[in-house]
Design a protein around this ligand. Sequence first.
Ligand SMILES: *Cc1c(COP(=O)(O)O)cnc(C)c1O
Length: 387
Amino acid sequence: MSIIQEKDKEYVAGTYKRFPVEIVSGKGSIVVDSKGKEYIDMGSGIAVTSFGVCDDEWVNAVTKQASAVQHMSNLYYTEPCGRLAEMLCKKTGMKKVFFSNSGAEANECAIKIARKYSSDKYGDNRYTIVTLKNSFHGRTLTTLSATGQEHYHELFRPLTPGFVHAEAGNIEELKRIAIENNAAGIMMECVQGEGGVLPIGEKFAKEVADFAKENDIILIIDEVQTGNGRSGSLYSYMNYGIEPDVVSTAKGLAGGLPLGATLMSEKVQNVLSFGDHGSTFGGNPVCCAAGCSVFSRIDDAMLAEVRRKSEYIFNSLSDAEGVEGVSGMGLMIGIKTSKPASEIVAGCMENGVLCLTAKDKVRLLPALNIPFDTLQKAIEIIKEACK
Ligand SMILES: *Cc1c(COP(=O)(O)O)cnc(C)c1O
């Protein structure tokens, strides 16, 4: 074990199982470890580095803002914050944005909006949020409570009250649970990422959206992983033709700096007012400058590229040896393999490709701009590992 690895093991909390690899540099979709070995990065820091590592435009935007002013708190105006909020609203039709630092915080804000909207209008006893079984919404105690996976809950009771879980795909059950619990909100991912890269399907998404609208229940779409071009549309809900009241996003938004955003539709745009919410780092100018640089590049041509690469991955892997199924949307792909996923990931790493897992699947989240020949090379190595 190297000195760096020893130090990490001794002093960093043991919450992560790291691979014995130290990444020291890179360019785009190629990263380099401390021994000089190159890898094709098919994980993008878990859907974060939207344009890969050390991307020139991104580096320029970040360093320019860092050398102007890196932080001023939300007591003052800084330029990138308003610029990014305008871009987010103009490209989605949403009306207002609250900035935070992570996906969990973006969801916390979304939950607060649903609860406050409901208590302003209906009084104290309408606060429950319905989420889906097998979902993932974050690691804070409240977003953990929202997460519909029992094994995340076990060690941390009591959980935040006011969350119930319904089966994805079963609209009648969801309706019954929402009505029985006097629901204020429904929160869901259009593709369950950590849950195994499972799209919930257009029909179910539409049924939920219609039901939420009819009953004045706030529909929150968690776009933390699916958002910002990854799904082949700007946001995955757009692939399903639904109109959420609140959208939360983070991961890829600032291409590698911590930035969360909660987008509010016309209906809820004024729910949070002065003093109702806040964040010291939220809307930080360096993170927002990074966000502007990422967001301005996710245009129609880029999204068409994402869809083309997605199709290529689906086609190449669907009937490959040792592959039992491929799921996902855009450049968010889950591969069910005959061999254990962890074995495939290890094999790929050996041969210079970094992949992720999600539940029992191999998960791919490459940079949106991964060059086609690099992608082809990675897919060949993945196919070989699946055999
Ligand atoms: C990663 C993720 C989160 C949590 O984001 P953090 O930035 O780790 O807090 C929430 N929801 C979904 C769908 C995610 O994939």
